[in-house]
Design a protein around this ligand. Sequence first.
Ligand code: IVH
Length: 672
Amino acid sequence: MDIKNKKEAQKRIESLRKEIEKHNYRYYVLNDPQISDFEYDGMMSDLISLEKMFPEFASPDSPTVKVGSDIAGKAPGVREFKQYRHRYPMLSLGNTYSIGELSDFDRRVRDAAGEEFNYNCELKFDGTAICLTYSHGKLVRALTRGDGMVGDDVTDNVRTIASIPDNIGEVPWDFEIRGEIYMPFASFNALNEERIDIGDQPFANPRNAAAGSLKTLDPQEVRRRGLECVLYHIIGDNIPFKYHTEALEWAREHHFPISKYSRLCRNMEEVTAYIQEWDTARKSLPFATDGIVIKVDDLALQARLGYTAKFPRWATAYKFKPERALTRLISVDYQVGRTGAVTPVANLEPVPLSGTIVKRASLHNSDQMELLDIHIGDWVYVEKGGEIIPKITGVELSKRPSDAAVPHFPTHCPDCGAPLVRDESEARHYCTNENCPTRVKGAFLHFISRKAMNINAGEATIEQLYDKGYIRRLPDLYRLDKERLMTLDGWKDKSAQNFLDSIAESRKVPFGRVLFALGIRHIGETTARTLAARMGNIETMAKASREDFLEVEDIGDIIADSLVEYFSDSAHRQMIEELKGFGLQFADNSAASRISDRLAGCTVVVSGNFSRPRDEMKAMIAAHGGKNTGSVSGKTTYLLAGEKAGPEKLSKAEKLGVKIISEDEFYSIINQ
Ligand code: IVH
């Protein structure tokens, strides 16, 4: 840093604070960071040094002394959770990328300790922090870190994570156990594939996916996403342990998920050896880690060392530098996806990075290209985002060739030439032409996919059918016959018959999956299933207003707008009519959709687990004339409480005198 005078320092401090706050918001609230952790930590470290050099500009509001806040509701479109104050502040950790600085930490601790002690070295799990409160051995609340003082209540969602015990049996002292919720690579990849498939922006890395998932509306959706948990800190007023490792051992014996990768180290040599081992070994783990946490093991010494406003003085993190490579940007391709979203992809001079040769990297969108100020011919830094998808994180300006040119984001679709429009909410460009060949083929691929109509064919078949001009609109699939199929290269009587059988079979696919198959933007598998159960048939949906859709649990502004837009297009309505004519299911014919009015005028809140999926319970309520809502209020008639029903909901119902009914009582009401 080259700061010459006070005035300049003040300006730089202010601008760094602003910049860091902006990135905190993107990271903690939107779960959509624009810069790498390394760049962020670099800014933070500059700010810390400047505030040390110029203490007159210190401020209690500086991000150097405040914990970054994940409290939702500050972002438009982000769901608001109930909030509770943490019993003990939930702080962050100091961090460094250098072993030298780690030795400074060790020296400070040693000076304070004055006697021998051990460190427990642990992996630093790259997820989102969670605080679980247990009372009499029962899980009573799960809070996110929030702003360190107040966190979001995500108990219902956390209860869907199988490894978190609900009840460990009577424990005579209450405690909190804290740790990380994370998403293993396998779940992350599956989730992103699905998001790309339905036209949603994929998550940049497993951390964002975990944090975003923990804050979704629907606990069943959270269950589906395959989150995991690891716990690493027990606190309480009367906990009977002398050592951190002893506390974790106790927790392990009581079936809490505790990492098996920790190690007790006696000195910095052993700590350094642990770091070096894991810098390599972590690459074979099935989940993301971004460093090592070093903690004083002796709890009495921890208490003596205490805390700053933001960090414990008894622990710190050593973070692994992201591996990055420098290479040249040859050109930028613009790829059109199934939904018409156009993604810029960089073609690079091949370069080795973390064991693979990288030739292409994502540039995300036009905003990102501008932010990076990228030029064709530039030398660019490439990193593996979340260790998987390579991305360009910066430009080496000192190497910019004089003839480097700014790439222009196309105004028209690179495949069909139709104008592109920009969706401001997603900062993405879309091709407006529904007949764009890439979009059409993508729509067919989605329609036939396993989770949609499950028609036995792949990309090559769709290409062949499209090239021959046999398919342009979805109903064309149901007009295919053997004669035409036999004109395709390599097709025989048997393959044609199999394909036709599979198409015929798809007529039985239930409404929820047909709705998903239509490929309406932002309508994933679960949302489609919920809509089918709640709205009953496609006619109701086609007539529904934005407000009607918003009434359905879990449907927010973006989905409601997308549905209204879809059904307002007469071409879509016409297509649905044709598909209906071919016998596809456009009504929810499950037993649940048969109507009675036994629940007419009743408002029912559903909580907990039942012998059938929760969607089915909700569908039954609708089918018997009742209304299902998400939270208990004075207007609620029944709280339908299953196994593990939310304690908040139960106590609110009791307070308001709302009748709590079991699954069996519910059946006897509707079957009277
Ligand atoms: S101990 C008082 N141990 O990293 C803070 N934290 O960047 C005690 N983290 O806020 C935290 N793995 O969310 C601890 N083994 C581990 C960890 C860990 C990941 C997270 C935690 C913390 C953040 C700081």
